[in-house]
Design a protein around this ligand. Structure first.
Ligand code: 5GP
Ligand code: MN
Ligand code: MN
Length: 479
């Protein structure tokens, strides 16, 4: 199958409506990034998504796009909340996978000679790896509280403070969570994995602010050159995975009842107003809340580890949650469409919310400048902090990219790393890395991802989010 990409301007390509497509496709990218994608099938997936009933305006993809289950990773699609569908594949298996960044009062000089101790201590205190289990084994009652309260549950147990909740997307709890819509198997998988990083692509990274692009916004975000920050990337672990799996199975079985032809079984979906659609939203919210509690706990242990390792008080460290964003989620939100405000269900799969200044969903402290947007690159590079824009609100349902995005499969990356000492290579670049999985570092080499600068350049020029600061990695623990 061939895909027609019509260049609209320096950063946008449209895919014209053909066949059963209800809307056109719209891809944010660059010639360089499109070329690097080779024969990745995600543009075809953008077309497939455009077939789903109730989709509004266009089927979108961000410059970090690559192939995903059904929907592309880097994909954004909004559906009419009344007449549209919801699709678990449009959220992804790791429901509310996301990032949080913690800023500090430390400068790189304060930790330069302690990096080795820091990375070892973090690796020791943050449980990681495939199927890793945490120090907690939740009772059924506790787990229900986690699923409904999210970050607030973690804070109530002494993991962090009220302030952390203020700077978490949705205050770390999505409304409508109903544990009765979560299968016993998913509940079981969630019992002992809270407070764990997980595998592979998930990480905890110590970073240093290298460059400030927007001094005004950086000041509001509390960022300055030379400052130490920590970025945590993880999600809802086995619980979220199981919920996705359960609802895909349920929706696949009922696809004929939808009464609409769908080009790919992986796009299994239900009407938002159907029982299955509502049940999925209620279960998805549970997984989202679990992920927020998870990141909140990991942040707490990160703070403790810094205190012990550097022998500094919380006050001296000043480790503050800049923001926590989700990048795998479906949300009921309101956006202007053709001049009217419309209730939509926005699917962001490997895409970050990028809300503009003044949006009521933002914490008061950021309302003047816009939402902090956290974009990681790879373990040898670091990340960017960006800020949300009005353009994204008007054009992409308040969304931007979520990372650099893969260009190599895990298998390809492993082959490309054969015979190499990846930890040594990273150390030579100034990054101390430790990983739980034996093959993780080989699968996660920097070349396995697109160049972060290229991806950031596209979203910045397209106006979907603006550059605030660039951070370089100095320590990274991987799953
Ligand atoms: P995903 O949620 O799609 O698995 O990953 C999000 C993004 O994180 C990836 O697209 C990649 O660019 C970035 N990433 C993966 N591993 C690392 C890492 O160890 N450090 C940093 N800074 N970014 C990473
Ligand atoms: Mn994830
Ligand atoms: Mn993720």
């Amino acid at each position: 199958i061939s895909v027609t990409l019509n260049k609209l301007d320096a950063c946008r390509w449209s895919i014209p409506r053909t066949g059963g497509m209800r809307v056109p496709g719209l891809i944010y990218s660059s010639e360089t990034l499109l070329r690097a994608m080779g024969n990745d099938e995600s543009p075809q997936q953008v077309m497939n998504v455009a077939h789903l009933p109730g989709i509004v305006k266009y089927s979108l993809a961000m410059p970090d796009m690559h192939w995903g289950y059904g929907f592309p990773i880097g994909g954004v699609a909004a559906f009419d909340a009344k007449s549209g569908v919801i699709s678990p594949g449009g959220v992804g298996y790791d429901i509310n996978c996301g990032c949080r960044m913690i800023t500090s009062r430390l400068n790189f000089e304060d930790i330069r000679d302690r990096l080795k101790d820091l990375v070892v201590a973090l690796f020791h205190n943050i449980p990681s790896g495939v199927g890793s289990t945490g120090v907690l084994k939740l009772s059924p009652k506790e787990e229900r509280q986690v699923l409904t309260q999210g970050s607030r549950w973690a804070v109530s147990q002494g993991y962090g403070s009220e302030e952390d909740i203020e700077t978490t997307e949705d205050h770390g709890a999505m409304a409508g969570a109903d544990p009765d819509k979560v299968s016993p198997r998913a509940i079981e998988r969630g019992r002992d994995q809270l407070g764990t990083l997980g595998s592979g692509n998930h990480f905890l990274e110590v970073e240093v602010v290298e460059e400030i692009f927007d001094p005004e916004v950086a000041a509001v975000f509390g960022l300055s050159v030379g400052q130490v920050a920590v970025l945590i990337h993880t999600g809802s672990r086995g619980l979220g995975y199981q919920i996705c799996d359960d609802y895909l199975a349920r929706m696949v079985k009922k696809m004929s009842e939808l009464g609409v032809p769908i080009p790919d079984r992986q796009l299994a979906c239900s009407w938002l107003e159907s029982q299955a659609g509502r049940d999925y939203l209620a279960a998805m919210a549970c997984a989202a809340n679990y992920a927020w509690a998870n990141r909140q706990m990991l942040m707490h242990w990160t703070r403790e580890t810094f205190e012990k390792t550097l022998r500094k008080s919380p006050r001296e460290l000043g480790m503050k949650l800049l923001y926590d964003v989700c990048h795998n989620i479906a949300k009921l939100e309101t956006f202007p469409v053709d001049g009217n405000m419309m209730e939509l269900c926005v699917h962001r799969k490997g895409a970050t919310r990028s809300f503009p200044p003044g949006h009521p969903a933002l914490p008061v402290c950021y309302r003047k400048v816009g939402q902090p947007v956290l974009i990681p690159g790879d373990m040898g590079t670091g990340s960017y902090v960006m800020v949300g824009t009005e353009k994204a609100y008007q054009e992409t349902f308040g969304s931007t990219c979520h990372g650099a995005g893969r260009v190599m499969s895990r298998a390809q990356a492993t082959r490309a790393s054969s015979g190499r000492q990846i930890a040594r290579e990273m150390a030579d670049r100034g990054v101390l890395v430790m990983a739980s999985g034996k093959g993780t570092l080989k699968e996660e080499i920097p070349e396995a991802y697109k160049k972060l600068d290229d991806v950031i350049d596209v979203v910045h020029r397209a106006g979907l989010s603006r550059k605030v600061a660039r951070l370089r990695a100095v320590c990274c623990i991987k799953g």
